[in-house]
Design a binder for this molecule. Structure first.
Ligand code: ADP
Length: 378
């Protein structure tokens, strides 16, 4: 019988596991939030991932449960583990990706390089941090942020008043995360895959370019990366995967500082936007690798299959409600571009697809990837 993988969450990351699952002969099933989601091409059940009975019933029909996102509550994960179900990544690792304060504390225990940070419960504590860090800092809500939502640069403690007020109303109480405003020259991402039995595969560190807090482009490998940078980034990825017991794909978002240090920004324990280039530029894509890892199968070769790969995200805009008309034009003009779409309605700012181009010359690859993606811009 085919090995069965259950993915909680029906977004594009689950969708992009479908092709390699078909190729590997796996039976991929999805627990989606609603009908007609990106991953509904696979066998899909609709249900609430916050409801333990729903997730347990889904999980009992598969050999391993994995995720399209990190939001499944810990009490639901505990029910699965108690029922003897294989869950990868496991609850302890996921807890670190679910809460940025937990993440900062665990990374500190592991001795990982990261920005100065503190947990602040009110404006006085925030002001004290600001005073100690040149008057500007980055405040983050520990849970539920994505694509820059829940991240704010502040120059005065009053600028976080609304978030402190929200904390006061939250029965769980808690704190905000404040970090030094890092003077970075660029942002990088290091991906590794780790199986439950310990094998690790390391991808080359990549450069990620963000616009308005959203990943816009990825250059793989990171241009002008010295051997030392590649090594240090890889070591950080491996030590975090091992230290936290991550299973499946791990992405470590990094800042490269102007004085050439690497600092960990955040973690994702699933395939990640910074690794979409691997679909067309690596021997084993991150989606295939994630499936192999969570099933505890031998990992694939994570080497690049071309000297350079560039990924450009396609975001929905206000002008059109379908990508269909853009497709043929992009295909005709850019036959070497690999166009990936997520089957999502293109609302403004929403990630609806991406374009990958691989080749020998970085400038040429960047040009061709942007040219292909430009057909989808308004
Ligand atoms: P999200 O969880 O929404 O992706 P991040 O914590 O990754 O949020 O922050 C989003 C972006 O904000 C980062 O990609 C980076 O550009 C900027 N940023 C975050 N933390 C800092 C920091 N400490 N110093 C400088 N810039 C930061």
């Amino acid at each position: 019988m085919a090995l069965r993988v259950g993915v909680v969450g029906g977004g594009q990351l689950a969708r992009m596991m479908i092709a390699p699952a078909v190729e590997l002969g796996l039976d991929l099933r999805v627990l989606a939030e609603e009908e007609r989601m990106a991953a509904s091409l696979a066998a899909t059940e609709v249900g609430d991932y916050r409801d333990a009975d729903t997730v347990l019933a889904f999980a009992k029909e598969v050999d391993v449960v994995t995720f399209d996102h990190e939001h499944v509550p810990q009490d639901v994960l505990a029910v699965l583990v108690d029922a003897g179900i294989a869950v990868h990544p496991g609850p302890d690792a996921l807890a670190v990706a679910q809460d940025k304060l937990v993440m900062r504390a665990r990374l500190a225990e592991l001795g990982m390089p990261q920005p100065d940070w503190a947990a602040v419960t009110g404006p006085d504590e925030l002001q004290a941090f600001l005073d100690a860090h040149g008057g500007r800092a980055v405040v983050k809500t520990p849970r539920g942020g994505y694509d820059g939502k829940g991240v704010r640069v502040v120059g005065a403690a009053t600028e976080a008043d609304d978030w402190f007020a929200a904390l006061a109303e939250d029965a769980r109480g808690g704190a905000l995360l404040v970090e030094e405003l890092v003077d970075f020259s660029r942002e990088l991402a290091q991906q590794v895959a780790r199986r439950p039995s310990g094998e690790i595969a390391v991808y080359p560190v990549v450069e990620t370019i963000q616009r308005d807090g959203v990943c816009a482009e990825v250059l793989a490998p990171a241009p002008k990366a010295s051997e030392r940078l590649l090594e240090v980034a890889a070591r950080i990825g491996v030590e975090i995967a091992q230290g936290l017991g991550v299973t499946g794909m791990l992405a470590v978002e990094l800042f490269e500082t102007t004085d050439e240090r690497l600092l960990v920004n955040e973690l994702a324990m699933r395939p990640h936007n910074s690794g979409h280039w691997t679909q067309d530029g690596a021997v084993t894509s991150q989606f295939e690798q994630h499936l192999r890892a969570v099933l505890d199968l031998p990992l694939g070769d994570s080497s690049p299959s071309a000297p350079w790969s560039v990924m450009v995200n396609v975001l929905g805009g206000p002008e059109h409600d379908s990508l269909d008309d853009r497709f043929a034009a992009a295909m005709a003009e850019c036959p070497d571009a690999k166009i990936h779409t997520y089957g999502k309605a293109p609302r403004p700012g929403r990630k609806v697809g991406h374009v990958n181009v691989a080749g020998d010359d970085l400038d040429d690859v960047v040009y061709r990837a942007r040219a292909a993606a430009s057909f989808f811009l308004d």
